[in-house]
Design a protein around this ligand. Structure first.
Ligand SMILES: [Zn+2]
Length: 210
């Protein structure tokens, strides 16, 4: 049989197969690249993993931090955990996250998105249309966590002035330092940097998103 005929045949075969069969490749995450360095643990390809999961890196991070019970930050494409954690342990948590927040329980594909309905988080599958609520027992701790992240826009009352003359306010259990403000100001602040429970921000004219 000539190559052309063979290709034509393949094309015809494709036409009669349901589309899902072409998409059957099993979902696989990149192998986690994790190293321990003294008292810290570096998850080097974190963003590669969240890209593949198509989830907000901050959402994945907050899940990991809660589950692992350790502080940590995203730095570039990595996550730096401030503790010694076994790569196997992190791998297990990433699997849990994937099962809970990403994989469709009907068709097993990761082509899902999270939607909020009332106060319930729903996993909606773009491949097969199935919907399920996200297991609240696992999810609640992540959804209710009071954390600030870079890029957040908050409304803040400046209640103090720091040593360097910058305005300081409190939100949740964070101290937020905002240059150019003074005591009594009520401002919209964009968070630019967070270090443990101290956040830095700048006054913004963008409307608050909360
Ligand atoms: Zn599905």
């Amino acid at each position: 049989m000539a190559d052309d005929d063979y290709l034509a045949l393949l094309d015809r075969a494709k036409d009669v197969l349901p589309e899902t069969i072409e998409n059957h490749e099993r979902f696989e995450l990149p192998e986690l690249d994790i190293i321990q360095e003294g008292k810290i643990t570096i998850f080097k390809n974190f963003i590669d993993v969240t890209d593949k999961l198509r989830r907000d890196p901050q959402h994945v991070l907050q899940f990991l931090l809660k589950e692992l019970g350790t502080p940590g930050n995203i730095e570039g494409r990595r996550v730096v955990f401030k503790a010694k954690i076994s790569p196997m342990h992190i791998n297990e948590k990433i699997q849990n996250y994937t099962d809970t927040y990403v994989i469709c329980s009907e068709c097993g594909l990761p082509d899902t998105k999270m939607v909020k309905e009332d106060r319930t988080l729903i996993l909606e599958c773009e491949a097969c249309g199935a919907r399920r609520s996200i297991n609240v027992r696992k999810a609640a701790r992540v959804e209710n966590v009071n954390t600030l992240k870079e890029g957040d826009i908050i409304e803040l009352l400046i209640t103090d002035v720091g040593k360097k003359g910058d305005g300081v306010g409190k939100l949740m259990d964070y101290l937020v330092i905002v240059p150019g403000t003074t005591k009594g100001n009520n401002v919209h602040v964009k968070i630019t940097n967070i270090s443990a429970k101290t956040a830095f921000g700048m006054v913004t004219t963008e409307a608050s998103t909360r």
